[in-house]
Design a protein around this ligand. Sequence first.
Ligand code: HEC
Ligand SMILES: [Cu+2]
Length: 439
Amino acid sequence: MNSETGTETCADRVERFGYLARRLVRPLHRSLLNRRRLTLGSAAAAAAAISLPTLAEARNPFEFPTPVTPVAHDTLYVHDLFLAVMAVVFGIGMCVLLYSVIQHRKSRGYSPAAFSGPKTLGQWMVVVVPVLALAFIDYVVMGIPSYYAVVAMANTREDAALVVKATASQWKWRYEYPDQEIAFTSSLSTPRAQIESGSPTDPHYLYEVDNPLVLPAGKKVRILLVSLDVIHSWWVPAFGVKQDAVPGFLRETWVKIEKPGIYRGQCGELCGTGHAFMPIVVVAKAEPAFERWVAQTQNGEKAVALAEEQPLSRNDLLARGKTAYETNCAPCHQITGLGLPGAIPPLAAGQAFTATPELTDKLAQLGTYRDGKIVLVPVDRQLGIVLHGISGTPMPAFGLQLGDADIAAIVTYVRNSFGNHTGDVVQPAAVKSARVQAN
Ligand code: HEC
Ligand SMILES: [Cu+2]
């Protein structure tokens, strides 16, 4: 039993499994549980560590991150067990091989045997015994703990105290707490300028977000995963969790974080040019602090919702629009608003753009493209594009991700930047009424 969380661990289940497992597996388990983590395990983690800066937070740079959930404990336990078993099997096999080769060399007068396949009882034993031993190792020594680990991983519902829905999109996460009526978007907060400078100064460079996911420590949290565009993956190494978010499917996973703290991860599935820019930051808070956060956030959201409805000055809209544009649109349309040739159209009127007819036809239908150039459509049309996206293309529906004021500010900013001089000002109220109209 893990005394802190009261959760049954992998080793407990093996203990329960019966005489055979107990007699044969327990000594190994003991030595595994009581040991400092295996050095060989560390070596195996080295390759991963090089490509994974998050691991630097673990005890040593070649080590897996310190596990903080039952699933992470199980996963590491199974990993170490397998590694130990395989090292022993490898060692024995290698010794037999080397002994046979050296002992029976030609210079000692041995000549090759001419038989093929086992004939005598002794030869049969040499074949059958290792096969049985390997089957036993596979299905009992390693099979039992991994079976239970996988079953525990899949058990997302039992005793879940909280449900959180995570929605992945290119390239950010949106988190919703349906029962608490809380929802927010979590995007990269490392400034674009720092990323483009090529010389990171931040300790959590590319592993920091504006709004982290806040979870209660010591409670089971069921996490539902969906995606709005391509396959992403919610991956936090210290939780032992890496679950794909697949468009059109509901996937799920769970965490029960042992101790409060800040845990970092990232999207674990190559999802386009912004793949490196959708980190995950989880802040685990002890129970009273988590409840306070919930209450504050609920009040904050009400206040924000009220403020959202207020008209804003042109300058406020432009300033807010610039920030929101750089977070939400610049990953594709670029800070300059000039897009990417062949893939992402510019947002500047009169700019040339060529791409496959598949993409440009959609734009032409919307009226934003004529004779190889971008046309700035009327404000309500453009608002519709931003709210509802362009289906069948990477252009997302921001109506699902941003509030009225942010969308109003972004559209105002776009219509007065990148060489566009419409003078248009879009207020949150206009976004609110546009939401209910079809694209
Ligand atoms: C994931 C990439 C991506 C993001 C993020 C994105 N767009 Fe787009 N956007 C596209 C693509 C691709 C198209 C072109 C679709 C087509 O060719 O039919 C497009 C088209 C558009 C168009 C119509 C074409 C034009 O040039 O007028 C507008 C307007 C637009 N985006 C605005 C925005 C705004 C505003 C944001 C931020 C709130 C944004 N986009 C974020 C990919 C993106
Ligand atoms: Cu992703």
